[in-house]
Design a protein around this ligand. Structure first.
Ligand SMILES: Cc1cc2nc3c(=O)[nH]c(=O)nc-3n(C[C@H](O)[C@H](O)[C@H](O)COP(=O)(O)OP(=O)(O)OC[C@H]3O[C@@H](n4cnc5c(N)ncnc54)[C@H](O)[C@@H]3O)c2cc1C
Ligand code: FES
Ligand code: FES
Length: 464
């Protein structure tokens, strides 16, 4: 049996853990404020908040797409739909939406309200730019984004002084009418719940963020035993040991992106990972899920390939380590046996004299898979000679590609060498014609992205 708090009510249910939360709140609980539209994580109409109690007793709330979120994943959590916000009165966010005429048909509005409320609860600091980023997964088809942004700006102005850590902000947010008073009692109520441990069966389907799985095969998952990695806090860490960054197999893209450790050692990743899907997906999607999904254009995969990452794979017989460059055996085929789990991703820190960059071309900035993406890690000696060169390329072969460029070591990255590297990259690419573009277009794009890597200026002391 699963138990969680839905708005102000304790819920216990025998529904299958693979039922998505959207279906549960609408069809089982008859809470129709959460809207159903794309059912593929693309629009944000179904956004809800999921709050998890932290070991110290505080809460962390994240806005998530409920259409891709199985109820097994919210066992022991606080789930907030729009019905759980205001009750009889409008919350501050809702009032500002009204004041700024930021809603017309209203279909997107509950999702927008929840994303902005999640931003108030969870953002490191309250800033207009942060509020706009928090809305990157919420599509509105009739109001126009200017009015929505105006409401977000007014919200940040009203909460401007509130820059204490998210965990210490709750009382002030209740006082400002952002969330109702019952939120204050949630940690103590959750402490009474006993969430079931992660399933241990060898053939259980591993569910990390579920953002690939629940798009691809939701019906099948309703009949399978599921193992939720969100129930494995031992796999939720980012730390530096010696000259490597160690990232647990359950770390979400957003936690990785905003990790102080990642910011210190790979500052550019905070910006680059904003190009991965949208906030409501990054809050659930994991780095390891992106790697194991084996899409030839996974953004995290392409970045990790250039950074020379290794995977720690845990199975019945112990652990083994595999370079990511050897992990892909064919289209969507990996070196992962039944019952094995990617428990850790190991990323070498940038050596002295090295820099990194990532480029992605997609039809729109957020919420879009790349047509072609590419990452670079290049090291040069003090005289500017290339000592190490790794360029990865996505969308141009059946697997994420690491280009063979060793012959350029020892050369200086002058215009002639960059041109030759771009041509070599185009030569290795074997793209196919598909919905994202013709093979010829993708080859051309890869050449352009390679040139763009070298056009990025290096900032002193920073990986670019
Ligand atoms: C609207 C939308 C937009 C998207 N945009 C992007 C984008 O811009 N860029 C991009 O790269 N991707 C994008 N994606 C794809 C997806 O979000 C990512 O691939 C994500 O990182 C997958 O991670 P997950 O944790 O959700 O994986 P899941 O769906 O949970 O799992 C994927 C697969 O990996 C397995 N798995 C997961 N974790 C482990 C583990 N630790 N060990 C072994 N097996 C494991 C699962 O069993 C499953 O087979 C998008 C998806 C959607 C729906
Ligand atoms: S229904 Fe569109 S994101 Fe869930
Ligand atoms: S108000 Fe109609 S879709 Fe946003």
């Amino acid at each position: 049996m699963l138990s969680f708090i839905l708005n102000d009510q304790l819920v216990s249910t025998d529904e299958h853990p693979g039922m998505v939360l959207l279906e549960f709140v609408r069809d089982v609980k008859c809470l129709s404020g959460t809207k159903e539209a794309c059912r593929e994580g693309e629009c944000g109409a179904c956004t809800v908040l999921v709050g998890r109690r932290q070991p110290g007793g505080g809460m962390v709330y994240k806005a998530c797409a409920s259409c891709l979120l199985p109820i097994g994943d919210v066992d022991g959590c606080h789930v907030v739909t729009v019905e759980g916000l205001g009750g009889g009165t409008l919350t501050l966010v809702q009032q500002l939406i009204v004041d700024h005429s930021a809603s017309q048909c209203g279909f997107c509005t509950p999702g927008i309200v929840l994303s902005l409320t999640g931003f108030c609860l969870g953002a490191e600091k309250i800033s207009y730019e942060g509020a706009v980023d928090a809305l990157d997964g919420n599509i509105c088809r009739c109001t126009g984004y200017a009015a929505i942004r105006n409401a977000a700006r007014a919200l940040c102005e009203k909460l401007g002084g509130m820059n204490d850590a998210p965990a210490e902000r709750l009382a002030a947010l209740i006082g400002s009418g952002v969330v109702p008073g019952y939120f204050g009692g949630i940690p103590a109520r959750l402490a009474q719940l006993r969430a079931a441990p992660a399933a241990a069966a060898k053939d259980a389907v591993l569910v990390a963020g579920g953002t690939d799985l629940f798009v691809q095969r939701p019906e099948q998952l309703m009949e399978s035993e599921l193992c939720f990695l969100s129930k494995r806090p031992d796999l939720d860490y980012v730390r530096v040991e010696g000259d490597v960054l160690r990232v647990g197999g359950a770390v979400t893209i957003e936690d990785f992106r905003l990790s102080p450790t990642v910011r210190r050692h790979f500052p550019a990743l905070e910006r680059d990972f904003l190009l991965h899907s949208s906030a409501i997906l990054r809050n659930k999607a994991t780095l390891a899920g992106n790697v194991v999904n084996a899409s030839p254009i996974g953004d995290a995969t392409i970045i990790l390939l250039a950074l020379d990452a290794r995977l720690v794979i845990a199975g019945e017989k112990g652990s083994r380590e595999v370079p990511l460059s050897k992990f892909y055996l064919g289209y969507k085929k990996t070196d992962l046996a039944c019952g094995e789990l990617v428990s850790e991703i190991v990323i070498p820190l940038l050596p002295a004299g090295a820099r990194y960059s990532f480029e992605k071309v997609s039809n729109r900035t957020t919420l879009d898979i790349a047509a072609v993406n590419s990452a670079l890690r290049v090291s040069t000696s003090p005289d500017g000679t290339i000592t190490d060169l790794r360029i990865s390329a996505g969308g141009v072969a059946a697997v994420p590609l690491l280009l063979h460029l060793d012959s350029f070591k020892g050369r200086k990255p002058d215009a002639a060498a960059i041109e030759a590297i771009a041509k070599a990259a185009e030569g290795e690419a074997r793209p196919i014609d598909d919905i994202r573009g013709s093979a010829a277009y993708k080859k051309l794009l890869l050449g352009r992205l390679v040139r763009a890597h070298f056009a990025v200026p290096a900032v002193a002391g920073e990986a670019v």
